[in-house]
Structures are given as C-alpha cells and as structure tokens.
Design a binder for this molecule. Sequence first.
Ligand SMILES: [Zn+2]
Length: 247
Amino acid sequence: MTAAVGRVTAPAVLMYHSISASTEPDPHRIRVHPDRLDRHLGLLRRLGLRGVSQTELVHAVDRGEAVGLVGLTFDDGFEDFLTTAVPVLARHGMTATVYVVAGHMGATNSWDTGPQFPIMTAAQVRAAAAAGHEVGSHTMTHARLSGADPGVLAAEVGDSRRLLEDVLQAEVPGFCYPYGAYDAAAADAVRGAGYDNACVTGDYAPGDRHTLPRCYVSPRDTRAHISARLIRHAARIRRPLPAAPGR
Ligand SMILES: [Zn+2]
C-alpha cells in the first residue's frame, strides 16, 4: 500500500445545487453558471482527479481504491441537472449523484420562500439515471430531520426511498439530509431504511458513512477557491470510513 492510499481516507465531495445561466435572483446562493462548472471540472482533470457519484466514491473507499477520485453531488433534483449539468459532466467524462426531493418531482422547490424552479419529473429522473448518474434521496418534502419524530422520519426517509426505487426500478443507496440537519435518530432512520451512505452539508470529520462531509461550492467560486477547498478538506479529514455494514 502506498502512502497516498493511506492518506486519502475520505476524499473530498463537492456540493452543488442548481446549474444554470439564469440571471434571476439567487438569494440562497445555490446557482452556479454552467461555464463555471466546466472550469471546475477542467481543474479537477488537470489535478489528475475524476469526479464520480457519491456511492461509487464510497465503494471505492471501501476497496482502498479512491485515490484520484472526487465526489460530485447536486442537491434538490432541479431540472437543470439534466438539461445543463449532465452535458458538462459528459464533456469531462465524469458522473455525479443528484439528490432528488422525491415528493416534489414534476413540481418546484416550494419548500423555499424564494424563486421557484422546476424539479425533475419522474421521466427526467429516469433519464438522469440512464445517462449514468446516481439518483439519491433528499427526503419527500425537504424536511428538517433533526428533532423530527419517528413518524416523520419514517415517511421522509423510507417513503422517499421506496418512491424513487419505484421510479427507477433499481436500488437507491444514497441519501442526503436537507439543510445538513441530522441527529442520532435521523442517522439511525437512514441506516434502518437500508441506505448504504448519506451525506451532510458541512466539511468536517465524518461520524460514519451515514454522515459524510461535503464542500459547499458557491456561485462565485473560481478554480482557486476549489483548489483551496480541496486542500482544506485534505488537511481536515484524516480518519478512515468505518467498515461497510454486513449486506
Ligand atoms: Zn436541499
């Protein structure tokens, strides 16, 4: 085993939301221009890194083969993932995970008070998967899961997985906590619903594979910002992921 393998124990995961050239207001700072995403992915390639889906990344970590990989994730399941992000990803030969708010397929991000944008329909979610990307769950309603009661947890975590599995006719291994809000009960519900892995929204040492850290990408991040985030992540994350649960 090389020193590099030992060092890359929890590779960086970049967190995007909407990828769009729209100039409409973006009060929550979740929209990255496709040209900017293109520059970010070009930077990864120049650094010898390849972007992959979160589950591919976690499984590569399990095998000790994650050197050179970076996770790419897109939250909420906006329609522009399929129309705008997927072509950019394809140009760079990279894959990603899109975390879909399952109860909002074919609707909008009405959990936000700000501007409304379309969420992928079930057919578009299938198209994203057919293009080689992972579809993960981001609950039914974009609920805040920390402090949620057991009934809410079961519905948001379990029902969203069943709904997406029904849409995809395939297993859904990945989950993402809305607002990055979780507690022990929420993580237990995610594990109990059968998810293989789950991620939060902050970049700090992970508790386990169901609370994996990510690096937020802001609408104005340049290549230098992305480099700095990757370096900061490498300095912060030194702990290996716990072993995979028995399957
Ligand atoms: Zn979200």
